[in-house]
Write a protein that binds this ligand. Structure first.
Ligand code: ATP
Ligand code: MG
Length: 582
């Protein structure tokens, strides 16, 4: 029977509460950043279990990243205790893997089938297509068109995967779709198991994921879709925001709930972000109000640096000042008050950028300044040479607790490659990344390695570590930080364009997605936001070129921003105290 959790919905505002209490059937929660979508869906699931008597085993919650799934799982465990165990909280890839592990024999796989990482995929594709370049091209085509009719080459590639008892990332979702499509009884069995489905970040699902959801939830199932079309940033990878926009047509009788109160960011940040997205907003009459408890918010700091090294050094100096570093001379009475900067530490800060290459200058500046950081990388963990070395060493020496084995493997490899300092550094990082979270040391290697393979870019980031986070804008989705530096606000980076492409020649849909990416970046910030750019930038392949400011900047009203240089980085108004106005 129901065992209510006292005060479960008390932490929700009336809009959020209404969403949490919708009894069943299709539900669309459409809301801007920081409005508590993720928080609301967490409470909704807990509420269904504790008060509506929906058994946990009938609930499936899908998130975009494994890290998000872990967090959701942790929050639900905190609310529900033991009862959270039977919930299924996972990513699309994790869901697909779960189904395939139960039904592998239908596809001609063995119980211990493996997941091909990027390197293995390339090896196989190159074999099929007759060369590495051709292999890369084949994989790129597969990536871009999951739904298209398979070519002869693709068929050959998939046949080869199967012969090797492997699936790739596309298969992880595509194969379950095929299984359920071909076998209505099987689809019915899974529908009976997961009678309640919630999907966070629904604006970024692709055609295959959509097909899987349709098979699992049908038109009228208890499906809750949560998202924000203005944060759709994965179109380049085949995601289609159209699935979100047509949710109420797909699901007749769907209830739509809008959340309009932003709890995350101060009013300056919310206003600036609203202005920035306005020209491309997909949400008619979008409403977003800052309601968080932020007295007298500071302006958004805008810094123009000479080049990317100076930009990175600005970030390092600004962080030093924010944390009360002593290497600067103070023009005012020290710590600003009133906007809640007290007690900031490295873990409260993130640096966001459009392309991974931009992190190099930042890392070098942080190393010089002694600023601890962690980087969320875009690569799949297993694709990294150092990780592969450690994983290979682990596989050769089975037995023993995983943690100890990772440590031993790293130590051994570091010793063996002692004279290659770059590799040793990579190995140490790889070791750190591979250490499983506490409590899972006994996990078997195969499960651990497929978890690694599934972990994608996200798991390198430990939310509890007191380090500055370095993230691409794509990887920052769903996260929040008290202080955000968004670097590289130059045309060509934001919006991103391939080198040699003239401004204004980008495709408009792509530029709209870039603007949404900028919007995602701005809205990660809670209290302080800095935007920076460089007047000259080194191009790939050497040579520096002059830049022009990102057009996205000009959408933000001047009264919301102030120019800052390294010395004034953390200072608020008054304006007359600004040095070197730009
Ligand atoms: P995004 O679109 O970026 O994913 P979101 O809508 O999922 O954002 P959340 O991450 O759930 O937003 O919430 C943003 C912040 O606001 C969190 O710190 C959350 O704890 C806080 N918050 C949400 N709702 C409330 C509330 N009713 N009262 C106080 N704080 C809240
Ligand atoms: Mg969210």
């Amino acid at each position: 029977g129901p065992r209510p959790i006292p005060g479960l919905l008390d932490g929700l505002d009336p809009e959020q509460r209404a969403a949490a209490e919708v009894p069943g059937g299709p539900l669309l929660i459409v809301a801007g950043p920081g409005t508590g979508k993720t928080r609301t869906v967490t409470r909704r699931i807990a509420h269904l279990v504790s008060e509506r008597d929906v058994p946990a085993r009938h609930q499936l919650a899908i998130t975009f990243t494994r890290r998000a799934a872990e967090e959701l799982g942790e929050r639900l465990t905190a609310l529900l205790g033991e009862r959270a165990r039977e919930l299924t909280v996972t990513t699309f890839h994790g869901l697909g893997l779960l189904i395939l592990r139960e039904r592998y024999e239908r596809i001609g796989l063995s119980a211990g089938f493996g997941i091909a990482d990027a390197a293995r995929q390339l090896e196989i594709a190159a074999g099929v297509a007759g060369g590495e370049r051709e292999g890369r091209r084949l994989l790129a085509r597969l990536d871009g068109a999951a739904d298209a009719e398979p070519s002869a080459e693709e068929d050959a590639y998939r046949r080869r995967l199967r012969e090797l008892d492997l699936v790739d990332f596309t298969d992880l979702v595509a194969l379950p779709v095929r299984l359920l499509r071909d076998d209505p009884a099987l689809a019915a069995a899974y529908r009976d198991r997961w009678r309640w489905i919630s999907v966070d970040e629904y604006q970024d699902i692709d055609g295959t994921q959509y097909a899987l959801l349709r098979l699992l939830a049908g038109d009228t199932g208890n499906i809750t879709a949560i998202g924000d079309p203005d944060q759709a940033i994965y179109g380049f990878r085949g995601a289609e925001v159209g699935f979100f926009l047509r949710f109420t047509e797909d699901h007749p009788g769907a209830v739509t709930v809008r959340l309009t109160r932003n709890y995350r960011s101060n009013a300056t940040i919310v206003t600036a972000a609203t202005q920035a997205i306005a020209p491309a907003s997909l949400v008619p009459g979008r409403e977003l109000r800052a309601v968080g408890d932020f007295a007298d918010p500071p302006r958004i700091g805008v810094h123009v640096a000479a080049d990317e090294r100076a930009e990175a050094s600005f970030v390092a100096r600004a962080i030093d000042r924010l944390l009360g570093g002593t290497s600067h001379h103070s023009l005012d009475s020290g710590r600003v008050t009133g906007d809640g900067d007290g007690g900031l530490s490295f873990g409260d800060i993130c640096v966001l950028y459009r392309t991974d290459a931009q992190s190099e200058a930042v890392i070098s500046a942080f190393n010089t300044a002694g600023i601890p950081f962690q980087k969320r990388s875009h690569d799949r963990l297993l694709a990294r040479p150092a990780v592969r070395l450690v994983a290979g060493e682990l596989a050769r020496h089975p037995g023993g607790a995983l943690t100890e084995r990772v440590r031993a493997a790293v130590a051994l490899l570091c010793e063996r490659h002692a004279d290659d300092t770059a590799l040793v550094t990579d190995l140490r990082t790889a070791g750190e990344l591979m250490l499983p979270p506490a409590g899972r040391c006994g996990a078997d290697l195969e499960a651990f390695l497929s978890a690694l393979a599934l972990g994608a870019e996200v798991d390198a980031l430990d939310p509890r570590a007191d380090r500055v986070a370095l993230l691409t804008l794509h990887a920052a989705k769903g996260l929040e930080y008290p202080v955000v530096f968004l670097i590289g606000c130059d045309d060509g980076l934001l919006p991103f364009r391939l080198p040699g492409t003239a401004p204004g020649t980008g495709d408009p849909a792509g530029d709209a997605e870039e603007r949404r990416l900028f919007f995602v970046g701005l809205t990660r910030a809670q209290r302080r936001l800095y935007l920076s750019r460089a007047r000259r930038r080194t191009r790939r392949g050497g040579g520096a070129a002059d830049t022009v400011p990102s057009a996205f900047l000009s959408a933000i009203d001047d009264v919301l921003t102030m120019a800052v240089d390294e010395e004034t980085a953390t200072r608020r108004r008054p304006r007359d105290r600004q040095l070197r106005l730009i």
